[in-house]
Design a protein around this ligand. Structure first.
Ligand SMILES: *Cc1c(COP(=O)(O)O)cnc(C)c1O
Length: 447
């Protein structure tokens, strides 16, 4: 089925792809078992399509997202079922586009990472309402990307793909490589050629193909879109392109976990980093589902987006009051967030405005300061994306947009060991001495 659909895509090109793929997939859709997922629906016009490896609406080219037949009935029973599940994202399988037996399949079982009550950081920032860091550096490949990839892998299995691929700013490449190794797929991933060494090594070590593209992420992404429409890419599941609707759903698990870990309560404010904006929009979707299912009390929450000044298309549009996100050429140490033309940018603007949040940015020096602040106060070593989020949180408090008296969750989406270069120039030994007590005394470090 997937093969036939891909053949048609190839001939007709990307724009027409959705139409033909839906036709082809229609017969097979009854055999696609993705649990409670029943269809794809267009975010713009609401048109529905059968589940398949498609990502754009055939009518209006809007992005597709997964529509569900979600469990109705007793929220108490659903809460109990979730709490009795495994300590990973599969505890939320009834709310995800995955088959019910997903936990028995070979995968990396990401998720259920720590929600750290960050009292020391709260004191430094003047937060009195409770400050938490959702620390996704604890995932199998040390970033939040393991969540989205795990869901995309199930879609890839369902649609019969044999190769997993992606365009990546770094973390996704490693997450795809590892998940493919474990789940028995071939992998071939694409990254900008100038990424941090930690990201490159992580992407390569799992044994799949890794291709550096001479260009920035937006060039890599454009290249992958072309590859999908070409025979060269036949049979390939690009987790963040033709499997993007499924991939995105993995980020909902961050919303589920945060609320469950707060005792089935919504936080008042969440600060989320933005690259393509997928994560932010799907966290909002997850929170809305929890409200609809009666798993949390329906009350207002605010969503804040965080960008680096050197790649801030969404915060620039937010501050200017625009609905359209104008692309930028990225130049920042926060390479995992360096997407100059973010696909979900307009939806991020909607969500920030609808919930009463904001989108803000910080410069590279503030990113480094924030990495050190989080490390010094909470013992959490974040990658540059985490520095962006903590730095933006501080700025939002200073400019009065984030209320320090409310419960606030800040996301750390990656591990500082992958971006050592960001802090290495300003971090190192306090002293280097001969191995003698005299030398140590002379260094003035004894307390
Ligand atoms: C990919 C990534 C993000 C944000 O991803 P979106 O494209 O906005 O969903 C945030 N943090 C890290 C570390 C990432 O790798």
């Amino acid at each position: 089925m997937a093969k036939c659909a891909m053949g048609k895509m190839r001939r007709k090109g990307l724009a027409i792809m959705a139409v033909h793929t839906v036709d082809t997939v229609a017969n097979a859709s009854s055999t696609v078992n993705l649990g409670p997922a029943v269809a794809l629906s267009c975010r713009e016009c609401g048109e529905r399509f059968d589940l398949g490896p498609i990502f754009a609406c055939a009518l209006c080219f809007g992005p597709l997202e997964v529509a569900y037949d979600l469990p109705t009935g007793d929220p108490e029973a659903l809460r109990a079922q979730i709490e009795a599940g495994p300590d990973n994202i599969w505890r939320y399988a009834p709310l995800l586009p995955v088959p019910a037996n997903v936990a028995e399949k070979p995968n990396l079982n990401p998720g259920f990472t720590k929600l750290v009550k960050a009292d020391n950081l709260a004191r430094e920032l003047g937060v009195t309402g409770g400050l938490y860091v959702k620390d996704d550096s604890g995932n199998p490949t040390h970033s939040f990307k393991d969540r989205v990839v795990a869901i995309a892998v199930e879609a890839a299995r369902a649609f019969g793909f044999t190769t997993l691929s992606c365009s990546s700013t770094g973390n996704l490449a490693g997450a795809v490589g590892a998940a493919a190794a474990r789940a028995g797929f071939r992998s071939c991933v694409f990254i900008p050629h100038d990424l941090e060494q930690g990201k490159v090594v992580m992407a390569a070590v799992y044994g799949g193909e890794l291709v550096g593209i001479e260009g920035n992420y937006d060039d890599v992404n454009r290249f992958c879109s072309e590859l999908i429409g070409d025979p060269l890419g036949e049979g390939w599941g690009f987790v963040n392109v033709n499997l993007r609707p499924y991939y995105g759903e993995g980020s909902k698990t961050l919303a589920y976990e945060i609320c469950e870990q707060l005792g089935w309560k919504l936080p008042d404010q969440i600060v989320i980093p933005i690259a393509s904006g997928s994560q932010l929009t799907k966290i909002d979707k997850g929170l809305q589902e929890l409200i609809k299912l009666g798993l949390v009390e329906d009350r207002p929450y605010k969503i804040f987006g965080a960008q680096a000044e050197g790649c801030s298309p969404v915060s620039t549009a937010f501050k200017a009051g625009h609905d359209v996100v104008r692309p930028q050429k990225p130049n920042t140490i926060a390479k995992s967030l360096a997407i100059g033309n973010p696909a979900d940018g307009p939806y991020v603007l909607d969500i920030a405005r609808r919930t009463g949040g904001a989108v803000e940015d910080v410069n590279d020096e503030q990113v480094v300061d924030a990495i050190k602040l989080l490390a010094r106060t909470e013992g959490i070593f974040a990658e540059t994306a985490g520095g962006v989020t903590v730095g933006v949180t501080r700025k939002l408090i200073e400019n009065g947009l984030l209320d320090p008296a409310l419960t606030t969750v800040v996301l750390n989406t990656g591990d500082g060991l992958k971006t050592l270069d960001a802090v290495a120039p300003t971090t190192g030994p306090t002293a280097t001495i001969r191995p003698s007590l005299d030398a140590f005394r002379d260094a003035g470090l004894a307390h």
